[in-house]
Design a protein around this ligand. Structure first.
Ligand code: HEM
Ligand SMILES: *[C@@H]1O[C@H](CO)[C@@H](O)[C@H](O)[C@H]1NC(C)=O
Ligand SMILES: *[C@@H]1O[C@H](CO)[C@@H](O)[C@H](O)[C@H]1NC(C)=O
Ligand SMILES: *[C@@H]1O[C@H](CO)[C@@H](O)[C@H](O)[C@H]1NC(C)=O
Ligand SMILES: *[C@@H]1O[C@H](CO)[C@@H](O)[C@H](O)[C@H]1NC(C)=O
Ligand SMILES: *[C@@H]1O[C@H](CO)[C@@H](O)[C@H](O)[C@H]1NC(C)=O
Ligand SMILES: *[C@@H]1O[C@H](CO)[C@@H](O)[C@H](O)[C@H]1NC(C)=O
Length: 320
């Protein structure tokens, strides 16, 4: 009787345990099914950075824009076609997201090495991690096992991806919406220590924003005139846009954040002490950033039998 009772407890435990594992991501997800997966991604990321350093920033941003819309499911990678409208042409993404070619190169190599195994959503998570590391930033153990969506939602992308004009209240609620805290917001905004923004995204700020260094605003106005070329680029970190350091936070202390949303996190509010902490101590920034990236990568992934492993990242395997 006692033995039977024990067996029952063990079985219940095993069932709960297996359900838990199935729903969770793990760092060794491809250890048996595709042991070379991590090396393949890393090598292509290195090649991409050799081609163009900015691609590291572009790949990091792709993972962010993927995760904020229906979770990290590679929905952002689906191309529009005659019968399908996806997220690529949503307002925050159109003519702005880049790095899709790199993802295609990674996927092609993975399909050769281990067909139908590695998801596009996981490619984005690994490529983001490796990009940060090769640009001088921290590294972390990347969680794996996400599957790919068969669809996307442009309306949700327009609604859920924060805008550069957002104030701290809106930014906080955009992040809370996907389970990310205030400290996560401040840490993840540090991604803007690399990469570039188009004049269109900071023009409003340099002509009359209240919390910008006057000399900084002035220095950008000739580059980004009131009526000018929207696509002229400026580093998000004015000093080292190709190096993943903590200068982003130091810039904020002297009101030299490029985007209005950047400066909002150092603007006499409760984020100020966190910004000062990260500006003083790069290790604290790296630790918080790494933790927050793992959390962001864990936003409602598709697991088990949900979704699919796309054969090509730009389209679902599903035939219309
Ligand atoms: C906090 C809210 C955020 C806002 C409002 C925001 C907004 C923007 C904007 C407007 C740009 C320039 C786009 C363009 O001009 O085409 C940009 C670039 C970028 N964002 Fe963010 N972003 C935010 C958070 C994040 C997060 C959480 C990450 C990653 C963890 C990230 C990573 C990047 C990177 C790396 C770039 C440069 C991309 C490149 O050079 O290709 N951003 N962001
Ligand atoms: C690097 O550039 C070459 C030449 O344009 C291109 O063929 C290759 O696919 C690029 N590699 C990556 C990883 O983007
Ligand atoms: C996306 O950009 C293209 C090229 O600039 C433009 O023709 C198209 O109308 C834009 N799409 C949306 C949905 O705004
Ligand atoms: C797309 O997103 C919008 C806004 O979040 C939501 O109202 C709508 O139900 C979503 N559509 C689908 C098909 O899930
Ligand atoms: C922040 O922006 C939202 C949306 O534009 C607005 O409703 C709100 O009043 C603003 N909050 C503050 C404190 O300025
Ligand atoms: C606008 O600026 C971009 C980036 O500097 C450049 O490639 C493009 O040719 C410019 N367009 C015009 C019309 O000057
Ligand atoms: C259009 O894209 C959707 C989503 O990727 C895909 O399911 C469908 O097969 C595509 N249709 C065509 C005609 O390629």
């Amino acid at each position: 009787m006692a033995a039977l009772f024990n067996l029952q407890i063990i079985c219940t435990f095993l069932i709960i345990f297996s359900v838990t594992i199935q729903a969770q991501l793990s760092p060794d997800y491809y250890s048996y099914s595709c042991p070379e997966a991590l090396d393949i991604v890393n090598n292509v990321v290195i090649e991409a950075l050799t081609n163009e350093t900015r691609l590291g920033a572009s790949l990091l941003r792709l993972h962010f824009h993927d995760c904020f819309v229906n979770g990290c499911d590679a929905s952002v990678l689906l191309d529009d076609n005659g019968t399908f409208i996806g997220e690529k042409t949503a307002f925050p993404n159109n003519n702005s997201l880049r790095g899709f070619h790199v993802v295609d190169v990674i996927k092609a190599q993975l399909e050769k090495a281990c067909p139908n195994v590695v998801s596009c959503a996981d490619i984005l998570a690994i490529a983001a991690r490796d990009s940060v590391f090769h640009l001088g930033g921290p590294t972390w153990e990347v969680q794996l096992g996400r599957r790919d969506s068969t669809t996307a939602n442009r309306t949700a992308a327009n609604l859920l991806i924060p805008a550069p004009s957002s104030n701290i209240t809106v930014l906080t609620s955009n992040f809370a919406n996907v389970g990310l805290t205030f400290e996560d917001l401040v840490a993840l905004s540090g991604a803007h220590t690399i990469g570039f923004a188009r004049c269109a995204t900071f023009r409003q700020r340099i002509y009359g924003d209240f919390d910008i260094s006057p000399s900084f605003a002035e220095s950008l106005r000739s580059k980004c005139p009131r009526e000018g070329n929207d696509t002229v680029l400026q580093g998000l970190d004015l000093k080292t846009p190709s190096h993943f350091d903590n200068l982003y936070y130091k810039n904020l202390l002297v009101k030299k954040g490029l985007l209005h949303s950047d400066q909002e996190i150092y603007n006499s509010n409760k984020a100020d002490p966190i910004v000062r902490k990260f500006s003083r101590d790069v290790t604290k920034f790296y630790n918080s950033f790494s933790k927050a990236m793992i959390k962001m990568g864990d936003i409602t992934p598709l697991t088990g039998t949900n979704g699919e492993i796309r054969r090509h990242c730009r389209r679902s395997n599903k035939k219309p």
